[in-house]
Design a protein around this ligand. Structure first.
Ligand code: CDP
Length: 206
C-alpha cells in the first residue's frame, strides 16, 4: 500500500502523513527532507546551489535514516532546497531513492510535491492537501514562534508565495494535483478534522 500526499508548503501534509503512517502501520518518508539534505550539504561546503554534478554525488551517498528533521527544517535550508529542486538530474537521483523506499513492503506514506505525478504514479491512493496562503502562513509563523524562532507573519506569507510560485512554475515535476488525486482543503480544518477526513478518503480507496 502506498499513500501519496502532495501539496504546497505548510499545508499540513507532513503532520497528516505521519499520523496516517501510524494509523495504517506504514513507513513514512518526507521527501522534502531529501532535497533539504542535499541543499544543506552544498551550503555547508560553501558550494553554489547550481552545481548539479556535486549535488548528484551528494544524493548518491544520501542515507535516508540519517536525515535530521530538526536540523534540516531551518528556513534558509527550505529556500535552498526549492532552488536545487529545479535540477532535473538531481531529481532523477532522489526520485530513484524515494521509489525504492516506497516499494519496500509493507509500503509507505510518501509526502512531497510530485509523489502522485512522478514518484508513485500507481499509488493506492493520492491526496492533494492544500489551504489558503494566509492559513498556511499563519500556521508556519505559529510553528516557528513555538520553536523559539523569530517570525513575522508578513514575511512568512511572502516567502510561502514565492516558494509556491517557484515549485509550481518549474519545468521538471512541478507541484500540481494528479488527475486521480483527492483534494483536501484544510483552510477551515484543525489537524484532527483533517486527519479524520484523510482516513476516510484512504479507507474508501484501499
Ligand atoms: O515543509 P515545507 O513544505 O516547507 O518544505 P519541504 O516539503 O521540506 O520541501 C522543501 C522544498 O523541496 C520544496 O519547496 C520543493 O521545492 C522541494 N521538493 C520537491 O521539489 N519535491 C518533493 N517531492 C519534495 C520537496
Amino acid at each position: 500500500m502506498i499513500i501519496a500526499i502532495d501539496g504546497p508548503a505548510a499545508s499540513g501534509k507532513g503532520t497528516l502523513a505521519r499520523r496516517l503512517a501510524d494509523h495504517f502501520k506504514l513507513r513514512h518518508l518526507d521527501t522534502g527532507l531529501t532535497y533539504r539534505a542535499v541543499a544543506a550539504a552544498l551550503l555547508a561546503k560553501g558550494l553554489p546551489l547550481g552545481d548539479e554534478s556535486v549535488a548528484i554525488e551528494i544524493a548518491q551517498h544520501l542515507d535516508l535514516a540519517q536525515m535530521d528533521k530538526s536540523v534540516l527544517s531551518a528556513h534558509e535550508i527550505g529556500e535552498a532546497a526549492s532552488r536545487i529542486a529545479v535540477l532535473g538530474g538531481l531529481r532523477e537521483e532522489l526520485v530513484n531513492l524515494q521509489r525504492k523506499f516506497a516499494e519496500t513492503p509493507p509500503g509507505a506514506v510518501m509526502d512531497g510535491r510530485d509523489i502522485g505525478t512522478v514518484v508513485c504514479p500507481h499509488a493506492t491512493v493520492k491526496l492533494f492537501v492544500t489551504a489558503s496562503p494566509e492559513a498556511r502562513a499563519r500556521r508556519r509563523t505559529d510553528e516557528m514562534i513555538s520553536k523559539g524562532n523569530d517570525a513575522s507573519y508578513a514575511s512568512v506569507l511572502e516567502d510561502l508565495k514565492r516558494r509556491d510560485e517557484r515549485d509550481s512554475q518549474r519545468t521538471v515535476a512541478p507541484l500540481k494535483q494528479a488527475d486521480d488525486a483527492v483534494l483536501l482543503d484544510t483552510t477551515e480544518m484543525d489537524i484532527e478534522a483533517a486527519f479524520e477526513a484523510a482516513v476516510d478518503i484512504v479507507s474508501k480507496a484501499a
